[in-house]
Design a protein around this ligand. Structure first.
Ligand SMILES: NC(=O)c1ccc[n+]([C@@H]2O[C@H](COP(=O)([O-])OP(=O)(O)OC[C@H]3O[C@@H](n4cnc5c(N)ncnc54)[C@H](OP(=O)(O)O)[C@@H]3O)[C@@H](O)[C@H]2O)c1
Length: 289
């Protein structure tokens, strides 16, 4: 199967690239801006046809959660309208599609891990535009699924883990929010899940359109930071603070832990515990320095 990975220079796309050689039954075409803009429907259709693409993993997104609050048009274009383009091309050329979405489609008022059918109610522009993108996929006639993930980090790109490691070296003390709870996800684990689904050539249209994937377990950003300092062997005191003491342009859900039973049952995906994956990622970051 020949797979187009869009947004391939981002965290998830880079992790897929890193794993590609382990999947000899899959061929890949990696693309990103400026070569392939998923907002350009005609170019996308032409690119897919010329490269004889059979499946797409959409890793392209507008992921700047705070900036999205004032840049609604671009967020909407990339996270929603362009997903409509991908669905159009998938239907037109009979492709499989995995589209990645977010835990920020939930408002965070639940106290129990979210299942895929739990009511969505985004509280920010990023989550609202990602939800619109999901709707294109859910209503599609093509073999396509949405995988929602949360708190993504990687040895590639900029993310919370790298920021904490850097700040921890610069400062003696840091305040980190303890009243937002979710699950960190190593992008490499999500990349592997996507490739497992395609390598088994499972049908994507018979088992429901939305799946949840994060690492196992639960943490606040404070717990996550403590673990990063401990595993990264950085000597910095992390103190718990409340969301109200760290105001940001975008509101974020207070609780966004997701239930992963469906992806495990339907595709036999194994999900590592978040601290184990964090250890693996930090050792890769250290190797690269
Ligand atoms: N990061 C998280 O914490 C998180 C949490 C939950 C869900 N997710 C979802 O997980 C997926 C992967 O996230 P990520 O962290 O890997 O994202 P990322 O690192 O921000 O990568 C996104 C990539 O898409 C590219 N892109 C942006 N607009 C594009 C366009 N019009 N056409 C083609 N490519 C475009 C970006 O290029 P530029 O850098 O040049 O803009 C970037 O290379 C996304 O769907 C995201 O919404 C992420």
């Amino acid at each position: 199967m020949k797979i187009l990975v869009t947004g391939a220079n981002g965290q998830l796309g880079s992790e897929i690239n890193g794993l590609a050689d382990s999947y000899s039954n899959l061929d890949f075409v990696f693309s990103d801006l400026p070569e392939l803009d998923i907002c350009n429907k005609e170019k996308l259709s032409q690119f897919v046809s010329e490269n004889k693409i059979e499946a797409i993993i959409n890793c392209a997104a507008y992921t700047a959660v705070d900036k999205a609050e004032e840049d609604f048009e671009t967020a909407e274009l990339v996270n929603a309208t362009a997903v409509g383009n991908l669905v159009f091309v998938a239907e037109e050329q009979n492709l499989k599609l995995i589209h990645i979405s977010t835990d920020y489609v939930f408002d965070g008022t639940a106290h129990f891990p979210y299942t895929e059918d739990y009511e969505v109610s985004p509280i920010g522009v990023y989550g609202a535009t990602k939800r619109k993108g999901e709707e294109y996929v859910i209503n599609s006639e093509s073999e396509s699924i949405v995988i929602r993930t949360s708190w993504l980090y990687s040895s590639f790109g900029n993310n919370f883990v790298k920021t904490m490691l850097r700040l921890g070296k610069e400062r003696d003390e840091l305040g980190v929010i303890f009243d937002q709870v979710g699950t960190p996800t190593y992008a490499r684990d999500l990349a592997q899940a996507c490739l497992e689904i395609f390598s088994k050539e499972e049908k994507l249209d018979q088992k429901g359109k939305i799946y949840h994937f994060s690492n196992e377990g639960v943490a606040s950003w404070y717990d996550f930071s403590k673990a990063i300092m401990e595993i990264g062997m950085v000597d910095c005191l992390v103190k718990p603070i409340e969301t109200k003491d760290y105001p940001t342009p975008a509101q974020r859900p207070h609780y966004s832990v997701m239930n992963k039973a469906k992806i495990k049952a339907d595709f036999g995906i194994e999900v590592p515990y978040w601290r184990d994956s964090l250890k693996e990622c930090i050792s890769r970051i250290k190797e690269e320095v």
